[in-house]
Design a protein around this ligand. Structure first.
Ligand code: SAM
Length: 208
């Protein structure tokens, strides 16, 4: 794990994210837990903790400057990505992590306990069936669905001035051609990842 810590520190400084030692420890605890549960639960195709530093932790944290506080939903969170790393780094924001797969939400609940997170609730359910009492200022997803499905399944979760953030690999030109909403494409530089990464950003009033 020493090399993970080193790689994390290098990545965080490349992202310009100075994090307290305790937060870095929480991030490393999280990937230790994924690696442990992955053996039985098959949570992610990434199996090596060192690779998880870049592909899971830093990839998730690359969007941190774009998140709008105070209430964030991560839809189709899977093993808690990007929700758990973001929640560790934004302790004043409230996170709701949603997945329809109970095996995944059981893991995420355990991660919340073991990473000592007080700002996260985990919901087992389908995005389209959620009826939150208070709507979210940001709805995030990574590798969840096509742009039109993201809008269809999660649009009702956004507050009036809310932000929809979809994390994608290459710019999904075909998916974007199929939607009518205004959007901005933000290209992301994730330390240690050669492949393209982008964030599609939409403001609620522009598609609501
Ligand atoms: N966001 C994670 C990541 O990037 O590693 C997981 C991505 S995984 C490809 C997509 C996840 O979306 C799966 O865990 C699946 O169970 C969940 N999912 C699919 N349809 C859903 C829905 N309608 N509501 C909530 N979760 C859903």
């Amino acid at each position: 794990m020493d090399s993970c810590q080193e790689r994390l520190q290098q990545g965080l400084s490349a992202l310009g994210l100075p994090l307290a030692e305790a937060q870095q420890e929480q991030l490393l605890d999280f990937i230790r837990l994924i690696a442990k549960w992955n053996k039985a639960y098959n949570l992610t195709a990434v199996r090596e903790p060192l690779d998880m530093v870049n592909l899971h932790l830093l990839d998730s944290l690359a969007i941190l400057p774009h998140v709008k506080p105070p209430s964030i939903a991560d839809i189709g969170t899977g093993a808690g990505l990007p929700g758990i790393p973001l929640a560790i780094c934004l302790p004043d924001c409230h996170f709701t992590l949603v997945d329809s797969n109970s095996k995944k939400t059981r893991f995420v609940q355990q991660a919340v306990l073991e990473c000592r997170l007080k700002n996260v609730i985990v919901v087992h359910g389908r995005a389209e069936s959620l009826q939150p009492k208070v709507l979210f200022s940001t709805v995030i997803s990574r590798a969840f669905a096509s742009m039109s499905d993201i809008l269809r399944l999660t649009g009702h979760l956004l507050a009036d001035d809310g932000l929809l953030l979809a994390m994608k690999g290459q710019v999904p030109e075909q998916e974007l051609a199929q939607i009518e909403s205004d959007y901005t494409v933000i290209s992301l530089n994730v330390p240690g990842i050669d492949a393209e990464r982008c964030l599609i950003r939409m403001e609620k009033q522009k598609h609501g």
